[in-house]
Design a protein around this ligand. Structure first.
Ligand SMILES: [Zn+2]
Length: 179
């Protein structure tokens, strides 16, 4: 008989049953099983609570993929919700992505983007291993380029504040922007 190993990813999914469809026999094979390290558990807990608070009666939501890509968290979901709820889910995901981009994926401490021979990862200094910090253009520290409305090309720049877990639009773009 297979030994059951403690897995924070399965615990997370079970703690938020409205957001995850769990494969009973093999929870690791669930679509929403997070493919990232434990340092981002806090990022995901915050996101799950925000989405649960947003969902209205009769609306459905299911994570279909949670993974690390280019050093930040990425969330794909499916469901039937109102436009207003869809917008609030987008805002919650924007916050989560921004938080992942400044939180060490290994330990959860404040971190930044490192490149190890082109492999990107968000890490604290202790867990950066052999990676080199990816330079940030002056004025773009903790600034993300985010989608404003679901399913459109309407984008904006916002600065993430880790202490307050908030995004503030930078208008029209950060100082010294060259694009
Ligand atoms: Zn770390």
């Amino acid at each position: 008989m297979a030994r059951i190993v403690n897995d924070w990813r399965i615990d997370l999914m079970r703690a938020h049953p409205r957001l995850f469809e769990i494969v009973a026999e093999e929870p690791k094979h669930s679509f929403g099983y997070p493919l990232c390290e434990a340092g981002w558990r806090d990022v995901m807990e915050r996101l799950c609570v925000r989405i649960e608070d947003t969902l209205q009666d009769g609306e459905t939501f299911q994570f279909v993929r949670i993974k690390q890509k280019f050093g930040v968290a990425r969330f794909d979901w499916d469901g039937e919700v109102s436009d207003q709820t869809r917008l609030r889910i987008l805002e919650a995901i924007n916050l989560a992505v921004a938080r992942s981009a400044c939180s060490c994926e290994i330990c959860g401490a404040e971190g930044r983007l490192y490149s190890n021979r082109g492999w990107l990862a968000t890490r604290c200094a202790e867990h950066a291993a052999a990676g080199d910090p990816v330079p940030v253009r002056p004025g773009y520290e903790n600034v993300r380029f985010l989608r404003r409305t679901p399913g459109t090309a309407n984008m904006y720049y916002a600065r993430y504040d880790r202490a307050t877990d908030t995004l503030t639009e930078v208008s029209p773009r950060p100082p010294h922007g060259e694009e």
